[in-house]
Structure formats: structure tokens, C-alpha cells
Write a protein that binds this ligand. Structure first.
Ligand code: NAP
Ligand code: MN
Length: 267
């Protein structure tokens, strides 16, 4: 849909190698009538430079805006899941942003609430892991149902676009982002006559809430991460995870479906 998107914010690491290229792009954008804004809150297009890791950071640093368009640009010779443009291909980048009919792709995100207080968004996944040598115990609830008692290293809860990241390394399924859902995968679950987990990944729909209750004895200091950022909360008892209403918008290009991306990344 065409809307007047004219305020452009650049997110990138301060790397001398890409500095010049980004400056060139900035000038080009200004010539084409864009305004480069220093305050991301005023932006309606956020251009992220780097790889998937920088795209995730760019989305996080700009507050998971669902009213602006995110554009991922690769600074290497490889595209990635979130980066559809090459930094050297300035023409293509600018053309896509100036196009009258921009088609938009919307990526589901998850919302994580810790101890009924702070809540956070994730575009790839939330992960929780033991940071002690011993196993870590959690009660897992789906809505009000006590589903299992998990004992092991931890779990990953991933979004559809995060399904090709950490989730995939532990044999989770790759999920089409047109399905608004979250996938739970286990990290080193212990299964014996006392402790039993499902053992396979499972996928929850948008109306489900996953609750993790951390069992007390000495494991209330797990390591938690939202995408590529560690959660600095030290003590935790109760974590709720659900699909959020926020979706991250990116430009939909031709011959560039999610499955095209999966193919270009992995096959
Ligand atoms: P990183 O350690 O550099 O990332 C690991 C790799 O995952 C990089 O090649 C990264 O691509 C890629 N990646 C990130 N998001 C992806 C996605 N949605 N689909 C496919 N590949 C993806 O750290 P990072 O670059 O900051 O990325 C953070 C992510 O790394 C986390 O969200 C988590 O999913 C993943 N991770 C994976 C493992 C594992 O597989 N064992 C362990 C920890 C974290 P770029 O090179 O383009 O950045
Ligand atoms: Mn990276």
C-alpha cells in the first residue's frame, strides 16, 4: 500500500568500511526527497545495515515499531533471512523505497513477560537456559494446563522467522511466517521414570499462553535471551510467552518469498 514514507532512519554499527557506502546512500536518499532523521521515533522507514544480527538489533533499538517499514541491507556479499539488499546495489534499495506500490510482509513477534512485570518483544526467539552445572527444572503450562515438568538445559520459544535460527539448530521445524504461531524446542531434556517431557518440538497458536515456572532449588538464575540480547534480569520465577499483536513490516520483493529465502540460505 502506498503511504508517504519519507522519514528515513539508518541503523548500523560504526564501522569505517561501510561508513562511506552509507554516506553515499544517505546523499542519494536526500536527493530523492527523503529526510534522514536522527530520532528513530520520527522515522517511517528504518534501514538496517549488516547481517541478521544487526537487523535484530535495529528492530530492538527502534522499539519494535509496527507503524514503520524495516529494510535489511547486507554489508557482505551474502544475503540473509532479514537482509534482502546488497549495500552496493544502491539503485535497487532506493527504487524499492520510492516505489509507488510497496507490498509489505508482516512478521509475527512474541511477547515475553517476566514475573508479571517487565515485558519484551522478540523477533527470532526467547531462550532460557541453566547457567549452573546441574540440570534446571521448570513447570510448563499451556494456558491453565500443566503440560509437563521439564528437566534439562532449557527451552527455546521461536517465532516463524526465528525458526531458521537457533530453533533450526536443535531440529525444530521451519515455519511459514504466514502462520502466526510459536514453536517450543527443548535443550537437552532429561527423560527418565521421574521426569518426562514431550521430547519433540511443538507449535502453539495465537490464542495460547505458554507459562514457565522455574522450580526454586538453586536454579532461579537462568540465562535468558531475547534474540541476540541477554536479559539482565537476575532472578526469575514465572515467565509468560505469547504471540504479540505487533508485526514487523518489511518490503515484499518479487521472487523473494520466505521459502526463497530459506532456499538461498540453506540449500
Ligand atoms: P550470531 O551468533 O552471529 O548468529 C548465528 C547465526 O544465525 C548467524 O549466521 C546469523 O546470521 C544467523 N541468524 C540470525 N537470525 C537468523 C534467522 N532468523 N534465520 C537464519 N539465520 C539467522 O548472533 P546474531 O547474528 O546476533 O544472531 C542472533 C541469533 O543467533 C539468535 O537470535 C539465535 O537465533 C541465533 N543463535 C543460534 C545458536 C545456535 O544455532 N546454536 C546459538 C545462539 C544463538 P548473520 O550472520 O547474518 O547475522
Ligand atoms: Mn551475526
Amino acid at each position: 500500500m502506498m503511504t508517504e514514507r519519507r522519514n528515513l532512519y539508518f541503523y548500523h554499527k560504526e564501522e569505517p568500511i561501510i561508513r562511506e557506502k552509507i554516506d553515499t546512500l544517505r546523499k542519494l536518499a536526500v536527493d530523492l526527497g527523503f529526510t534522514i532523521v536522527k530520532d528513530y521515533k520520527k522515522a517511517n522507514i528504518v534501514a538496517c545495515f549488516g547481517g541478521d544480527g544487526e537487523f535484530l538489533q535495529g528492530v530492538r533499538r527502534t522499539g519494535f515499531r509496527d507503524d514503520c517499514l524495516y529494510v535489511g541491507t547486507s554489508t557482505t556479499d551474502q544475503l540473509s533471512l532479514y537482509c534482502d539488499f546488497y549495500i552496493d546495489n544502491t539503485l535497487e534499495i532506493v527504487e524499492s523505497m520510492t516505489s509507488q506500490v510497496i507490498e509489505v510482509r508482516r512478521y509475527p513477534t512474541i511477547e515475553v513477560t517476566v514475573d508479571n512485570q517487565a515485558s519484551f518483544y522478540c523477533l527470532n526467539e526467547f531462550s532460557i537456559q541453566s547457567n549452573i552445572v546441574k540440570t534446571f527444572i521448570m513447570d510448563v503450562y499451556i494456558n491453565d494446563l500443566h503440560f509437563e515438568t521439564f528437566r534439562g538445559d532449557g527451552v527455546i520459544v521461536s517465532t516463524p522467522t526465528g525458526s531458521t535460527a537457533y530453533n533450526k539448530s536443535v531440529n525444530g521445524a521451519v515455519v511459514d511466517p504466514l502462520l502466526p504461531c510459536m514453536q517450543i524446542t527443548e535443550l537437552g531434556s532429561l527423560n527418565n521414570n521421574q521426569y518426562r517431557t514431550l521430547g519433540s518440538p511443538f507449535i502453539l497458536s495465537h490464542d495460547k499462553v505458554l507459562t514457565l515456572k522455574v522450580a526454586k532449588e538453586g536454579n532461579e538464575h537462568p540465562t535468558m535471551a531475547m534474540d541476540n540480547e541477554a536479559l539482565s534480569i537476575q532472578h526469575v520465577e514465572n515467565i509468560q510467552i505469547k504471540l504479540s499483536n505487533k508485526r514487523i513490516k518489511t518490503i515484499k520483493l518479487k521472487n523473494n518469498s520466505f521459502w526463497d529465502k530459506v532456499k538461498r540460505n540453506f540449500l
